[in-house]
Design a protein around this ligand. Structure first.
Ligand code: SAH
Ligand code: SF4
Ligand code: F3S
Length: 467
């Protein structure tokens, strides 16, 4: 994974990364696996690799060498889908050189478009939705037998809890663990409930076991993933109930040298109990990603987010009160249906008030089948959407730079993730607030915790030396 703020489910801007097994297992067939979208998708690709490596596949970084190409796709905005479509056209051309090549599309776009990808566009041979990956080996066999293959059934139970993900392209230090799948929230702009189905929580014992296993293999940070981690709840057959605060504490209990992160928190559900769990465990990182989407209560209501501007502000105040010095980031959408200049100003003023460390900022993209598409007109002109987005980005960049600069002169506890891309003689890692810190290598290694006194910075990176 690239350095930066990427250990975040929201970073669905990640596109077209090829995931490789660290050591290619010997196998007769070659798999090329490319992933788009959020951390959840990247985490799913590790499950897919695990399922297929048990069936004699090894991965390749060159799609021209592949027997099977699988593209794990994102449907969150229109441009995410156009990129994948283009890529599928490229792959299809490769069939001229390699007639036996099998091409499959996985993930959210597969779920959204279903068999139309096979029938109308004839782009691919296999279409598999996020809950049907166990079926991949038999779907591949079906294609080898001359048929096309689809499984887009969504499940109310599937959590892949028993599958031990193959860590792809891993730095060996940080890893994702999925704790819930699906989403029950129905935000009016969002396609996720349609592509990932109903929310379900994974057995906490299997989550803790996965964290223990990672720790024993040298990993030092896990990020618990879900579309709304605060709604995590599991009832065991003997009636024991586990909520997100308990799950955090259980994961933190694996080892004090294992950092715990999580994403994404939902403003309507993030409880003080969760904040206290973070505050009372040294190894749960002081960092919360809390997407606001808009600063206007009228727009939030139309978005079906379940909170107002004031409620959101009270949640930020609770974070600052219970976890002093906590890093906070957000997501925004510009140009949602009926958004006025005044609504936009309210988003800007909220950003200024909240002093976010970081934000993922988007233009509204209407998604077929969503509540907003059915109920409202996508009536903000494209140029206005772009102008508003640019204004938000401009403001947030200044605030992010100010936040980073505020870390100069302080000592940061950094978990080393690897050698700096810019220079072999430097290492990089992140502080608990998720800011990247770079410092001279010395005798330190990946996976070490190092106290670094920051002496200078760029807008997004602190630079310093070990103390
Ligand atoms: N579960 C997370 C969001 C996952 S999608 C949450 O509730 O916060 C990641 C982000 O993509 C969202 O937070 C939102 O900012 C953005 N997004 C989702 N649908 C979008 C759309 N139709 N147009 C533009 N941005 C969208
Ligand atoms: Fe989409 Fe809302 Fe669910 Fe997030 S909480 S995945 S934005 S429906
Ligand atoms: Fe993630 Fe994109 Fe699906 S953001 S959940 S891969 S639509």
């Amino acid at each position: 994974m690239r350095p930066g703020k990427a250990a975040n489910i929201m970073d669905e801007s990640r596109q077209g990364e090829t995931l490789l097994l660290k050591q290619d297992a010997p196998g007769s067939r070659k798999l090329f696996l490319e992933s788009y979208g959020c951390a959840m998708n990247f985490s799913d690709s590790e499950i897919v690799a695990s399922i297929l490596s048990g069936r004699g596949f090894s991965t390749t970084s060159d799609y021209r060498q592949a027997d099977v190409i699988l593209v794990n796709t994102c449907a969150i905005r229109e441009n995410a889908e156009s990129r994948v479509r283009q890529r599928l056209h490229d792959f299809k051309k490769e069939k001229r050189n390699n007639p036996g090549l099998i091409i499959g599309v996985l993930g959210c776009m597969a779920e959204r478009l279903k068999s139309s990808l096979l029938e109308e566009e004839k782009l691919v041979d296999i279409v598999v939705g996020p809950d049907a990956y166990r079926d991949l080996p038999s779907l591949i066999e079906k294609v080898e037998g001359g048929q096309r293959a689809v499984n887009v059934l969504l499940s109310r139970e599937e959590t892949y809890a028993d599958i031990s993900p193959v860590r792809l392209d891993s730095n060996g230090v940080t890893a994702f663990i999925s704790i819930t799948r699906g989403c029950d929230n129905m935000c009016s702009f969002c396609v996720v409930p349609f592509t990932r189905g109903r929310e379900r929580s994974r057995d906490p014992e299997s989550i803790v076991r996965e964290a223990e296993d990672l720790f024993s293999r040298g990993y030092r940070e896990v990020t618990l993933l879900g579309q709304n981690v605060d709604s995590y709840h599991f009832s065991s057959p003997d009636g024991n109930k586990t909520g997100f605060a308990e799950l955090l504490a259980m994961t933190a209990g694996v080892n004090s040298a294992l950092r715990v992160r999580f994403s994404t928190s939902h403003p309507k559900d993030m409880s003080d109990e969760v904040l206290h769990a973070i505050a009372s465990h040294e190894n749960i990182c002081n960092y919360v990603h809390l997407p606001v989407q808009s600063g206007s209560s009228r727009i939030l209501e139309m978005m079906n987010r379940g909170y107002t501007r004031e409620w959101y502000m009270s949640r930020i105040e609770a974070i600052r009160r219970i976890i002093p010095g906590c890093g906070i980031s957000t997501d925004t959408i510009s140009g949602f249906c009926t958004e006025t200049e005044d609504d936009h100003r309210q988003t800007l003023s909220l950003i200024e008030w909240a002093q976010f460390d970081f934000a993922y900022m988007f233009k509204y993209s209407e998604r077929p089948g969503t509540l907003a598409e059915r109920k409202y007109k996508d009536d903000v002109p494209e140029e206005i959407k772009s102008e508003r987005l640019a204004e938000i980005i401009d403001l947030q960049q200044k605030m992010s730079a100010k936040k980073t600069a505020g870390g100069v002169g302080n000592v940061h506890r950094v978990l080393v993730e690897g050698v700096s891309k810019k220079s072999d003689s430097f290492l990089y890692g992140r502080n608990p607030q998720n800011t990247v810190v770079v410092f001279p290598r010395g005798n330190f290694r990946k996976g070490d915790y190092v106290n670094v006194l920051a002496g200078s910075c760029t807008p997004a990176t602190l630079k310093g030396s070990a103390v």
